[in-house]
Design a binder for this molecule. Structure first.
Ligand code: HEM
Length: 423
């Protein structure tokens, strides 16, 4: 049987792996970035290496296969898929590079190219809207996440236009950290989170509830995000209500997922990611309620730790917990399905290693704990570099083990090795 290859999937996935490794290496070489105020050109470059290079590339790469397969949406033509992919890789790498060298005019042009790539992605999968209108709860999350992706890119491009050309000062007058907070939450909860929440309904059955409850969870998070953004960008008095609603919507999914811990041994890494998400929700509500107060020494370190755990903790752990199932099923399908019945073939579940999955997750969690402890301790003026270096090294180790798992699975496709049944 000849399977039709999914266009433009591999460059996204490879870019995501390279960006995650690159970001952890960068942090290990420059740990002091986490002990100072977080708004700097270098941190902006590093942040977007993670958010665009890793998380957004991975979600777009996985969408190339998941959206047509699981939501019965037509695949984009190879030309449309490759056009979007090239525009994205050029735009996203342009943002990271120009932030790193402080070339802000180039950065602003790169945000426009990235915005165009995001709109192209939404256009390629416009069929998701029909599936969402038909009542499919997965499609509902995925369609909303595409909207948030377009919004976050539009906000990013307007921030760049404001910074470089002074355009938009009249309506982007909110304080800098509020504007950045709006952009972060739209990206992390609306776009990346929306995609994760949607696909998890398929891959982590413990998170799925009745249609009525699903609808409630979905609209609670969306309304909460809307109130949050209205407060952070428009100065509306809705910050606390928004934070409480988002936290309630997330908790309504994560608490039942945690309850399935005993029954679902292979899903434990994903479940641990839900525990992190709950912790983030609690801290997010605390920040919205001015704990700690805006002028307290702990405030900025806590905000930095919050963003760090969101981007490099929750997202990474979710990916470690989910990708081994997806990658092994896809590699098996492409490599071994055509050989089935002609020669001995493994099962898809033989391709990944449970040891690598659990080992990488443990190292990431231990690394996160030490790194966050070091960031928070910097609030009292100390610079706990040894603690921070140990945390970042462990975090890198976890990501290296994850990369080893990825290569372990991908070698069957990349190297076309012969499989021999174990004796
Ligand atoms: C997943 C999506 C995204 C997330 C989570 C995200 C997150 C962030 C964060 C946390 C910051 C502040 C970083 C710091 O203070 O060190 C930031 C700033 C910025 N982001 Fe993004 N970002 C995302 C996507 C984008 C996109 C698609 C663009 C461009 C099209 C963009 C353009 C910018 C710009 C220009 C700034 C600087 C704003 C300023 O200095 O006023 N971001 N982003």
């Amino acid at each position: 049987m000849k399977l039709r290859k999914v266009a433009a999937e591999e460059p996204f996935v490879l870019a995501a792996m390279a960006s995650l490794l690159g970001a952890l290496l960068w942090l290990n070489l420059r740990p002091r970035l986490l002990l100072q105020f977080f708004y700097s050109a270098e941190m902006l470059a590093l942040t977007h290496l993670v958010t665009l290079g890793f998380a957004s590339s991975l979600v777009q790469g996985l969408s190339q296969r998941l959206v047509p397969q699981l939501l019965s949406v037509a695949r984009p033509t190879p030309r449309a898929a490759w056009g979007h992919c090239v525009a994205w890789l050029l735009g996203a790498s342009g943002i990271v590079f120009h932030f790193a060298v402080e070339g802000f005019v180039g950065m602003a042009w790169a945000t426009l190219l990235t915005l165009a790539a995001v709109l192209w992605f939404c256009r390629n999968f416009a069929g998701v809207w029909r599936a969402a209108r038909g009542g499919d709860p997965v499609a509902r999350w995925v369609a909303a996440s595409c909207c948030h992706f377009a919004l976050v890119a539009a906000l990013g491009a307007s921030y760049a236009a404001l910074r470089v050309w002074g355009i938009g000062a009249a309506w982007l007058g909110a304080p800098l950290l509020d504007r950045l907070g709006a952009h972060l939450h739209l990206g992390l909860v609306g776009w990346i989170g929306g995609a994760i929440f949607g696909w998890q309904l398929k891959f982590l059955p413990g998170t799925r509830a009745s249609e009525r409850v699903e609808r409630w969870r979905f609209w609670t998070v969306q309304l909460g995000l809307l109130l949050l953004i209205a407060a952070l960008i428009g100065g509306a008095p809705t910050l606390r209500a928004g934070a409480l609603l988002v936290a309630a919507g997330l908790a309504a999914r994560s608490v039942p997922a945690l309850a399935s811990w005993r029954r679902n041994a292979p899903g434990r890494v994903e479940i641990a990611a839900h525990a992190l998400l709950l912790l983030l929700a609690v801290v997010g509500v605390g920040l919205a309620f001015d704990w700690p107060a805006a002028d307290a020494p702990l405030r900025y370190p806590l905000e930095l730790a919050y963003g760090y755990v969101g981007l490099l903790g929750w997202v990474v752990l979710t990916v470690i917990g989910t990708s081994w199932k997806l990658f092994s099923a896809w590699v098996w399908e492409e490599r071994f399905l055509p050989e089935r019945g002609l020669k001995p073939t493994p099962r898809a579940s033989d391709l990944p290693s449970a040891w690598l999955r659990d080992g990488s997750a443990l190292a990431v969690v231990a690394g996160l704990a030490l790194t966050v402890a070091a960031i928070l301790r910097s609030a009292d003026g100390s610079a706990p570099l040894v603690l921070l270096r140990c945390g970042l090294a462990l975090h890198l180790l976890g990501v290296l083990l994850f990369a080893a798992q990825f290569l372990r699975i991908a070698r069957w496709e990349l190297l076309k090795l012969d499989w021999h049944p174990p004796r």
